[in-house]
Design a protein around this ligand. Structure first.
Ligand SMILES: Cc1ncc(COP(=O)(O)O)c(C=O)c1O
Length: 370
C-alpha cells in the first residue's frame, strides 16, 4: 500500500475541455487520453472530456481504445500506435478509427477489414517533420494512391488526415510553419487524387491555443485538458485552465536530530543546526523523481519545505527547522492548489510536467475530488 494519494478533479477536466473547445473557433476537439489519461485515469478522463464537448477521443494503444469501448464509450475514437500484431478485425468490429502511416500498416488494416466484414475507418498520418509516425512526403503519393484504391474497393473509409508538430510548445519556432506547409501540400496531394477526408487535424494543446490558423477541423489537445499550460508564461500564461491532479502524502515521523546529522543515503544533506526532520513515506517507487532529490519542495501546513538529501525508493525527508508545529499525520502536499505545481516538480527533476503527472498517476487508484 503506497503512502501516496492521487486526487483527480474530473470537473476541472470538463471545464478545461470547454475552454479549449471555445478557443477552437468552430473546430471539433479530440481529447487525447492516452497513457491512462496522462496518469489521470483513462475512462474517467474520457467521460469528463466528453461531458465538456469532446466529439473525439485519441489514444496511442489499441488496447486503450478497446478499454474505452468496454467502459461504454460509443463516440468516435482514434488509435494511432500499433505494429503488425494489431488485432485489426477486433478494432474494426469495435468501430475504432485507425491511423495509417505506411503501405504495410494499410495492409494490416485492410486484412482486418476483410476479416471483420466491414470497412476500416482510417486516418492517413503524414510525417510533416516530427520524424516519428506518418508517411514522409516522398512516400505519401504511393500511400494515397493505395488508400484511394482501397476506398474505391470498399475496404476502407478515408475519414481523416493528420500530423503532429515537433515544436508547438515554442510558439514562433520556424518548424511550425514548415510543418504546416508540408501538411497543406499533403492535403493537395490527396485532393489531386479525388480523396476528400472528413477531418484534418494537426494541432496539439500548444498549437490549439496559440495558432488559430492550424486548427483545421479538429484540435487534438492532451496536456491542456489536464489543466497544465502547454507554453510558458510569456506565450499566454495559464489560459484559465485548472490543474486536475493533486498529490498528497502524510508525515509518518517527526524527530529531533543534532546539528551535523547526515540525512538519507550518501549524506548529501547534513543539518546545519539542531533540526526537526519529517519523514514522508513515498519515494521513487511511487513516482517521486529521484532526480528531484534536494531540489523539489512540498507543502505542509501552508509552508514549503525542500526535500533534504536523496529520495529513496519508498521515502524522503524534509528538514522542518529547529522547532516545528508539524506533527505526524499532517498532510504533505506534493502537488496541489496549496502546494507546488507539476511544472515546479518538472523543473526540479529535469523533466516536463507531462512526465510528472504520468509518473505520479501511474496506474494507481485515483481519489475523486469533491
Ligand atoms: C499524436 C499526438 N497528438 C496529440 C497529442 C497531445 O499533445 P499535447 O499533450 O502536447 O497537447 C499527443 C501527445 O503527445 C500526441 O502524441
Amino acid at each position: 500500500m503506497s503512502g501516496l494519494t492521487v486526487v483527480v478533479d474530473y470537473g476541472a477536466i470538463t471545464r478545461n475541455t470547454r475552454i479549449l473547445l471555445e478557443r477552437a473557433g468552430g473546430a471539433g476537439l479530440m481529447a487525447v487520453v492516452k497513457a491512462d489519461g496522462y496518469g489521470h485515469g483513462l475512462v474517467e478522463t474520457a467521460r469528463a472530456a466528453r461531458a465538456g464537448g469532446a466529439s473525439w477521443l485519441g489514444v496511442a494503444q489499441p488496447e486503450e481504445a478497446l478499454a474505452l469501448r468496454k467502459a461504454g464509450d460509443t463516440g468516435r475514437v482514434l488509435a494511432w500506435l500499433y505494429g503488425p500484431d494489431l488485432p485489426a478485425a477486433a478494432m474494426i468490429a469495435a468501430d475504432v478509427d485507425l491511423s495509417v502511416s505506411s503501405l504495410s500498416t494499410l495492409k494490416t488494416v485492410v486484412a482486418g477489414a476483410k476479416e471483420a466484414g466491414s470497412p476500416a475507418r482510417i486516418h492517413v498520418c503524414v510525417d510533416t517533420g516530427l520524424g516519428r509516425e506518418g508517411a514522409t512526403p516522398d512516400d505519401l503519393p504511393a500511400l494515397l494512391d493505395a488508400v484511394e484504391w482501397e476506398r474505391a474497393a470498399g475496404t476502407i473509409e478515408a475519414v481523416g488526415i493528420w500530423s503532429h508538430l515537433a515544436w508547438a510548445d515554442v510558439p514562433g519556432h520556424p518548424t511550425i510553419d514548415d510543418q504546416a506547409e508540408v501538411f497543406r501540400f499533403a492535403l493537395e496531394l490527396a485532393r489531386e487524387r479525388g480523396l476528400s477526408f472528413q477531418v484534418r487535424h494537426l494541432a496539439n494543446s500548444a498549437a490549439a491555443l496559440t495558432r488559430p490558423d492550424l486548427r483545421f477541423d479538429l484540435v487534438r489537445p492532451g496536456i491542456a485538458l489536464y489543466g497544465l499550460s502547454p507554453v510558458g508564461e510569456a506565450d499566454g500564461g495559464d489560459f484559465a485552465l485548472t490543474p486536475a491532479m493533486s498529490v498528497t502524502s502524510v508525515v509518518a515521523l517527526v524527530k529531533k536530530v543534532r546539528a551535523g546529522h547526515g540525512v538519507s543515503y550518501g549524506h548529501d544533506y547534513v543539518t546545519e543546526r539542531d533540526s526537526c526532520l519529517g519523514l514522508v513515506p513515498v519515494g521513487y517507487a511511487d513516482g517521486v523523481f529521484r532526480s528531484a532529490s534536494g531540489r523539489a519542495e512540498v507543502s505542509i501546513r501552508g509552508a514549503r519545505y525542500r526535500i533534504a538529501g536523496r529520495v529513496c525508493m519508498d521515502q524522503f525527508v524534509v528538514d522542518l527547522g529547529p522547532s516545528t508545529s508539524v506533527a505526524e499525520g499532517d498532510v504533505v502536499t506534493l502537488i496541489g492548489p496549496d502546494g507546488p505545481t507539476a511544472r515546479e516538480w518538472a523543473d526540479a527533476a529535469g523533466t516536463i510536467d507531462y512526465e510528472i503527472v504520468c509518473r505520479f498517476g501511474g496506474l494507481r487508484p485515483k481519489v475523486v475530488a469533491g
